[in-house]
Design a protein around this ligand. Structure first.
Ligand SMILES: Cc1ncc(COP(=O)(O)O)c(C=O)c1O
Length: 405
């Protein structure tokens, strides 16, 4: 008997994520890692978590409620908080538009179950978030990849894809993972027009939206669609579904994220979530809600200061040290910088040398491409290293690239 013969077609199509495999190598403390793309744990608001724990002990009734089963839709005050925070000029959201999930990752998974059958065409940026490719991939869709530049999705390429009638477009408009680019306002407006012209759902993943270090990103696709449709039309006619998360602004181990969607879709996602895990951890949702109310805004300001310095350090060092055969996204937000190496240079081989000779890790870019390609690309993250460490790391990496080209 081999297990491979027993797996379902969906399970058989799932592959190990390159990043997860890489994280195992990174357990070596001698490696300087620009691979992870995780928040810096030194910035987690531990004082507030401690206070929350103490309050739990002081209030035995609250303590018991925290540990109880709860409704699938999520903790009502948290749903109301998301609805209020995200409502915009022409679209008033209510808790009926919100489902709390185990991170944005579960939102992706539930939406994939709701919308993708084997062979269903879906459109996404090339490159795009690896975790989304993993979720979508195990439902065996047909990928329609969209070209990108420093202003995000290229509109002609979006229209080409939409002509092939994808079920949805998945996009991360702000400081994309992995490419770092932000979609310009003009392109956002055009994407909404095209979505309605071709009747394509738009999944807007806002994981990095709050992490801007210069100007705030343009209006969200949800907001733009509200203006496009007119006053309070979105719940009936909206095509934009927005995903959010507390992972990048608070702490990923909370596993608190959410889907914002017209009620017809939310009702289906609730049933799918119920079948999957009943509900998201009650205690974590209540903690996320308390943190969101008490400290989120000031905490995000702090993250912007610290990550902003690191982002600038990376961009400055790359500008100083890289040969002009390499170009990169000039990002001012998120956690990532994307490099295009000279044609013919293979980032996987470069990583092997980099680990052996410089003890520096990054993520080779090929895995972020749904239909292959991108062998000469790589992703760097600046979120966990101090500016001087980033400078030293980029100098050594650039030296290696010069030697290899
Ligand atoms: C673009 C994007 N979406 C979603 C996620 C998943 O986040 P969560 O921790 O909320 O599941 C990530 C995590 O890295 C991400 O980069």
């Amino acid at each position: 008997m081999t297990w491979d013969d027993k797996f379902s077609l969906d399970a058989g199509s799932i592959n190990a994520s390159e990043i997860r495999e890489l994280l195992k190598i990174l357990a070596d403390p001698a490696i300087l890692s620009f691979a992870g793309g995780i928040p810096d744990p030194a910035l987690f608001p531990m004082d507030k978590v401690r206070q929350f724990r103490e309050r739990m002990v002081d209030h035995p009734n609250l303590d018991r409620q925290l540990m109880q089963y709860s409704q699938t839709e999520g903790y009502e005050p948290l749903r109301n908080w998301v609805a209020t925070k995200t409502s915009c000029k022409n679209t008033t959201l209510t808790k009926e538009n919100i489902l709390i999930t185990n991170g944005a990752q579960q939102s992706l998974s539930l939406i994939a179950s709701a919308l993708i059958d084997a062979g269903t065409p879906i459109a996404l940026a090339d490159p795009t978030y690896l975790g989304a490719l993993q979720v979508f991939g195990c439902r065996r869709p047909k990928y329609l990849t969209i070209e990108t530049d420093n202003d995000g999705l290229i509109i002609d390429s979006v229209e080409e894809a939409f002509k092939q009638k994808p079920k949805f477009l998945y996009t991360i408009p702000d400081f994309q993972n992995p490419g770092g680019m932000t979609i310009s306002l003009e392109r956002r407006q055009k994407i909404i027009e095209l979505a309605h012209q071709y009747d394509v759902i738009v999944l807007e993943d806002t994981a990095y939206r709050a992490l801007y270090y210069d100007n705030a990103p343009p209006a969200s696709l949800l907001e733009i669609e509200g203006d496009f449709l007119g006053k309070e039309q979105w719940d009936q006619r909206g095509l934009v579904v927005q995903l959010g998360t507390a992972s990048k602004t608070l702490m990923p181990a909370l596993r608190v994220g959410w889907s914002i969607a017209p009620r017809a879709l939310i009702n289906k996602l609730i049933l799918l979530k119920q079948a999957c895990d009943l509900h998201t951890s009650t205690v974590n949702q209540i903690l996320a809600f308390e943190l969101a109310n008490e400290i989120l805004e000031s905490h995000i300001e702090k993250l912007r200061d610290v990550y902003g310095e690191r982002c600038k350090a990376m961009i400055d060092s790359l500008t100083r040290y890289l040969p002009n055969t390499v170009n990169f996204t000039p990002v001012k937000g998120g956690m990532f910088v994307w490099l295009n190496l000279p044609q013919g240079m293979d980032a996987r081989k470069l990583l092997e040398k980099s680990l052996a000779e410089e003890k520096i890790a990054f993520v080779p870019g090929a895995a972020f491409h749904a239909n292959g390609g991108g062998e000469n690309t790589l992703r760097l993250s600046f979120s966990t290293c101090a500016p001087e460490v980033i400078d030293d790391g980029m100098k050594r990496l650039a030296g290696l690239i010069r030697r290899e080209q």
